[in-house]
Design a protein around this ligand. Structure first.
Ligand SMILES: NC(=O)C1=CN([C@@H]2O[C@H](COP(=O)(O)OP(=O)(O)OC[C@H]3O[C@@H](n4cnc5c(N)ncnc54)[C@H](OP(=O)(O)O)[C@@H]3O)[C@@H](O)[C@H]2O)[C@@H](O)CC1
Ligand SMILES: [K+]
Length: 504
């Protein structure tokens, strides 16, 4: 499913109109009718529905939606909240069709009357402003949004909640706080940003007949269950442990053995053929007691942390994950530098390894074997040298800039995880829930991703599948047996088998 900016949506729309000959008024009819159908799924027959209609094409959708719901016998009041002269083009045509259907159109002239109507509505439908939002909300939309947000009724937005920017990077806005947003044709970027996402409520996308042939080439999409089922590698009947890759996990220390233990176990549970753990000698007993299926490469240590360099021993592996619980001392920096320069296999870097990589970005750029970086927002801010708030206002742009300029796969973790390829393709994984907001879950993800790197033909598919499986496992567990409060990283590992049964 596509994720677009406002401009990309307009381009798609224009191509459909010019090249496929679908007229704008036809698209508007489809958009309004599909939105009406979606509204029907969220309201009761007896609900009093108030449709707020603005000046642009979003308002045009509102005229179609109001007419459609009235035709179907719903209790609807249509309120045009802008002066007549503001309405033109396709929206004006649909206003005329609405009026020709003999349905009453109310106009915002008396604020008291309008307030009373809002207060007695069970459902407010916002068709005031969509992707054409330009700058902070002006009167009267600003006051209407404020009033609408004070009501305790159900709020439904068409395409975008009024005032919420479609694109990333805009933080200063007032927005309609929707319980549901019915998105027209394609998801807008702001549905995935932490500062705009809460305005959307539940999201439903409706298809309006835009020819897919002209769409945005799929360079920014949501990765969904069907994609996982289509691309997750199957285990052949005649495969052996060597067919599924030999993975190495480097990290851990005497005082932090858990991170590497859960990574190793998660990699094995995700199908890696063989997993070896390279860690401080003193950490091996505790790691091995949790993950009996792994083999070990003992590393020299100082104060319980890795100091040894053994890159020649690492060349035999098909993929390496480094950084979990490894610590931040200068010897680790040397090891990271050596890994980047000498190890010629795919390398995933997480946690403390990311901290070290900040100083080694030039080595990252010249490395020919793939590199995967898996930061959370704080780690990504550190890598970019920008404040976390700035990075998270425009995570698509920052991710793309970073992945392309350094030639890495970037997995920017969060409620909407953005996975970016070195070529700038982006996919978003929205699986998972608040149960994952706990220590150790990132280490589990690193283990899953290593296993996917070992087994997938396409790196991007593998990384996206790994993120999806991780999040979906948390969802499955909290639906079936666990609470979000009590969920542990180790529970997620134990739940992986169930997820692979569903998605393989
Ligand atoms: N793309 C598609 O495939 C299809 C798209 N469709 C629909 O069209 C929508 C896009 O329509 P659009 O381009 O007319 O923009 P839209 O959001 O209605 O806003 C424009 C109006 O808002 C006003 N306005 C702007 N900023 C403002 C502010 N800060 N505060 C107050 N007012 C402000 C602006 O006023 P002006 O600046 O001109 O004075 C102008 O009157 C899209 O979201 C979808 O719903 C479907 O119908 C069919 C297929
Ligand atoms: K809207």
């Amino acid at each position: 499913m596509e994720i677009v900016t406002a401009q990309e949506m307009y381009d798609w729309d224009q191509l459909a109109i010019q090249s496929a000959g679908i007229e704008g008024k036809v698209l508007m009819e489809s958009a309004g009718r599909e939105a009406a159908r979606a509204v029907e799924g969220k309201v009761e027959r007896h609900d009093r529905i108030l449709v707020l209609i603005g000046a642009g094409n979003n308002g045009g959708d509102g005229f179609v939606l109001a007419r459609t719901l009235l035709n179907r016998g719903y209790h609807v009041q249509a309120w045009q909240v802008v002066p007549d002269e503001k309405i033109s083009g396709d929206a004006l045509l649909h206003k005329e069709i609405y009026s020709a259907s003999n349905y009453p159109l109310l106009k915002l002239e008396d604020w008291e009357e309008f307030t009373a109507a809002m207060q007695s509505a069970d459902v407010l439908v916002d068709a005031m402003l969509g992707i054409g939002a330009n700058g902070p909300l002006r009167s009267p939309l600003k006051e209407i949004v404020e009033l609408a947000n004070q009501q305790s009724c159900c709020r439904i937005a068409v395409d975008l909640p009024t005032g919420v920017p479609a694109d990333e990077g805009v933080v200063d806005f007032d927005g309609f706080r929707a319980d549901h947003t019915i998105v027209i044709a394609a998801l807008k970027m702001s549905a995935f940003l932490q500062h705009t996402r809460p305005y959307y409520g539940e999201v439903e996308v409706v298809e309006i007949g835009l020819p897919v042939k002209y769409k945005n080439k799929g360079r920014r999409v949501v990765w969904q269950a069907d994609d996982v089922k289509r691309t997750l590698p199957k285990r052949g009947a005649d495969s052996h442990k060597g067919s599924h890759g030999r993975g190495l996990i480097i990290g851990g220390s005497y005082s932090m053995p858990g991170s590497i233990a859960v990574s190793a176990k998660a990699a094995l549970r995700s199908g890696a053929g063989l997993v070896t753990v390279a860690t401080a000698k003193s950490a091996i007993p505790s790691v091995s007691s949790y993950v009996q299926e792994a083999t070990f490469l003992p590393m020299n240590e100082k104060d319980g942390a890795i100091t040894g360099h053994a890159v020649e021993d690492f060349q035999q592996f098909d993929g390496v994950a480094v950084g979990m619980g490894i610590g931040r001392n200068s010897e680790v920096q040397e090891l990271m530098s050596e890994l980047l320069a000498e190890l010629n296999v795919p390398l995933l870097i997480d946690a403390d390894g990311l901290y070290q990589v900040k100083e080694l970005l030039e080595d990252v750029e010249v490395r020919s074997a793939p590199i995967v970086l898996t930061p959370h927002p704080g780690e990504f801010a550190h890598l970019t040298g920008e404040p976390i708030s700035k990075v998270m206002q425009s995570p698509f742009a920052y991710s793309k800039e970073f992945a392309c300029s350094h030639g890495v796969y970037l997995v920017l973790k969060g409620p909407a995880t953005i996975i970016t390829s070195p070529e700038g393709d982006q996919r978003v994984d929205v699986s998972g829930n608040a149960g994952l907001a706990k220590g150790g879950t990132g280490d589990v993800l690193s283990g899953i991703l290593l296993a996917m790197m070992l087994q997938s033909e396409s790196f991007m598919d593998g990384l996206c599948n790994g993120c999806f499986i991780h999040g979906s496992t948390a969802e499955l567990l909290t639906e079936a047996s666990h609470s979000k409060t009590g969920l542990l990283a180790t529970d997620v590992i134990e739940g992986l088998s169930q997820s692979f049964r569903i998605f393989s």
